[in-house]
Design a protein around this ligand. Structure first.
Ligand code: ADP
Ligand code: MG
Length: 505
């Protein structure tokens, strides 16, 4: 058990967080993020950025890695913890971090407190810790994703945990009160008591047994199965009342293997009471006993229903994360970096299209068609950029957001718990909505009704987007950049050595 070293939080500058966040964003597409890409995303000069990168490595918030094909940086657990802690502390949810109070299979639990000295439990999900195969068997939320990173998995685990806890707490289930979450961190009520696994004696095992079985049935009546209902995830207070914790693996009673999981939960309790308290009862619930009262599973999109919810966009950037100043800032910076890098392309293309739009009707029609074609590309790119930037697609998109809507959308991410509701707009749907709106805007005007000036403006706008997408592609090829850069440096070295040889005769 250790302490989370948060002292550094005080000494890290804005730039440090900007670089950390840039690495986090880079990791959405790269396991190891090249330094040049980090500098572009963070919009810092390479020299300055390298200095900060070195400091972050020294403090173990980043790790430097070099393979045959790529060299660069990746976030460490501590780096990711810092990002989450900074966000939570800037929201004034937590003010201090105390000792580690528990180590779960896939988490570290700390005691934290807010400015009023009120204590909470902070759960930091660490999904890369257990073996990947066992994780794959146990959880299903990465089904549609080819490349899973621990960042991604830990983040969705925290999001799911918070969603379930909130829904259950609202319905008066005995679970900790959820306070807030960010990235892989969940802040919740600190439950007083002992985990059931540490309880050796109790006054009335029969009463506790039946309370726990009732809880399993009540959950199922609400459409849910805990999936890990055992002595490690139940905390018993002084009056022997239980509080249930640990929810990321919860699933719907409509899950194909729901009955198996339900029986397993029931058996865990049966076996534990038999072994520990020598208590056996003939009474235990079966899957057939379930009488559906409501469909909490649908509301919180439990396993059997989560296909839509599992689209990358929403999962990578759960609602609320936009409150993180540094993230928002870096999102803007990504745009700047892209703009800068694509400056040259934009120059040539803009002039081409100026010509195009100022000519006759036929040309205008052609350019309009071009525009539509471009807008299609833009839509794809917008969706892509949005995913890359980790924006949830559930955002409402304004029709007239021509100024880089994919970045502006980030402000709508703090709508709370969109994923609870059945009407939740799926990220992809969100893109589609906008897709429609963009293409409809583009296709409404026929060439004869749009003044050439307007067409010109539109094309310019579209081109800016196209340039951005081209930039993005270039940004994504960060590894290649490392090589080009190295080659260029080598050539320069050779040239200067040759010059020197010439000079000295
Ligand atoms: P894991 O998913 O890794 O199993 P858990 O949520 O089960 O993590 O937490 C691990 C341990 O931390 C628990 O067994 C419990 O002792 C402690 N713990 C977790 N959450 C709380 C809480 N809200 N209040 C008190 N103790 C907690
Ligand atoms: Mg647990």
């Amino acid at each position: 058990m250790g302490k989370l070293n948060v002292v550094m939080l005080r000494y890290l500058s804005r730039e440090h967080f900007r670089v950390l966040t840039a690495v986090e964003m880079g990791m959405k597409n790269h396991e190891i993020v090249p330094a040049s890409l980090i500098a572009s995303i963070a919009n810092l000069k390479h020299g300055g950025c390298n200095k900060i990168l070195r400091e972050l490595v020294k403090h173990k918030l980043l790790a430097y890695e070099r393979t045959k094909t790529v060299q660069g940086y990746r976030l460490t657990n501590a780096g990711y913890d810092y990002l989450a802690l900074k966000t939570l502390s800037s929201r004034q949810v937590i003010n201090s971090v105390g000792n580690q109070m528990g180590v779960g299979k896939e988490s570290d639990i700390y005691i934290v407190a807010n400015t009023e000295e009120q204590q909470f439990a902070l759960k930091l999900h660490r999904l890369g810790r257990t073996s990947f195969r066992s994780l794959k068997n146990k959880r299903d939320y990465h089904k549609h994703r080819h490349k899973m990173s621990w960042l991604y998995l830990s983040r969705i685990a925290a999001m799911k945990e918070f969603a379930y806890m909130k829904a259950l707490h609202d319905r008066k289930f005995p679970v900790p009160k959820p306070i807030d979450y960010n990235r892989h961190a969940v802040v919740m009520e600190l439950v007083a008591g002992y985990p059931l696994c540490q309880v050796r004696q109790m006054e009335d095992p029969a009463a506790v047994y039946s309370e726990l079985m009732d809880l399993i049935v009540k959950l199922a009546n609400h459409g849910l199965i805990h999936g890990d209902f055992n002595e490690f995830n139940l905390i018993l207070d002084n009056d022997d009342h239980a509080t249930l914790i640990d929810f990321p693996q919860m699933m719907s009673t409509s899950h194909p293997n729901a009955e198996w999981y339900f029986d397993r939960d029931v058996n865990c309790i049966k076996e534990f009471f038999k072994k520990r308290f020598n208590y056996e009862s003939e009474l235990f619930p079966t899957f057939k006993d379930i009488r559906r009262e409501c469909s909490l599973d649908r509301e919180i999109a439990a396993t059997g229903y989560t296909k839509e919810m599992q689209e990358d966009g929403e999962l990578l950037c759960p609602p609320g994360s936009d409150e993180d100043d540094s993230t928002t800032e870096v999102l803007e910076l990504v745009e700047d970096a892209e703009n800068e890098l694509n400056f040259l392309i934009s120059e040539s293309r803009t002039s081409d299209n100026d010509l195009c739009s100022s000519e006759g009707e036929a040309d205008t029609a052609e350019s309009e068609e071009n525009t539509q074609r471009l807008s299609k590309g833009t839509i794809e790119n917008a969706a892509e950029v949005e995913n890359q930037a980790g924006q949830g697609g559930c955002c409402k998109v304004k029709e007239d957001e021509d100024e880089c809507p994919e970045l502006v959308d980030s402000s709508t991410l703090n709508e709370e718990f969109r994923h609870y509701s059945e009407e939740c707009v799926v990220p992809v749907a969100g893109h589609r909505t906008r897709t429609k709106s963009i293409s409809s805007v583009r296709s409404v005007g026929s060439c004869s009704t749009i003044p050439p000036e307007l067409v010109k403006q539109k094309i310019k706008r579209q081109l800016t987007k196209q340039q951005k997408s081209a930039l993005k592609q270039r940004l994504q090829k960060g590894e290649a950049n490392v090589y080009t850069k190295q080659r260029r440096e080598n050539m320069q070295n050779i040239k200067s050595s040759l010059d020197a040889v010439n000079f000295w005769g």
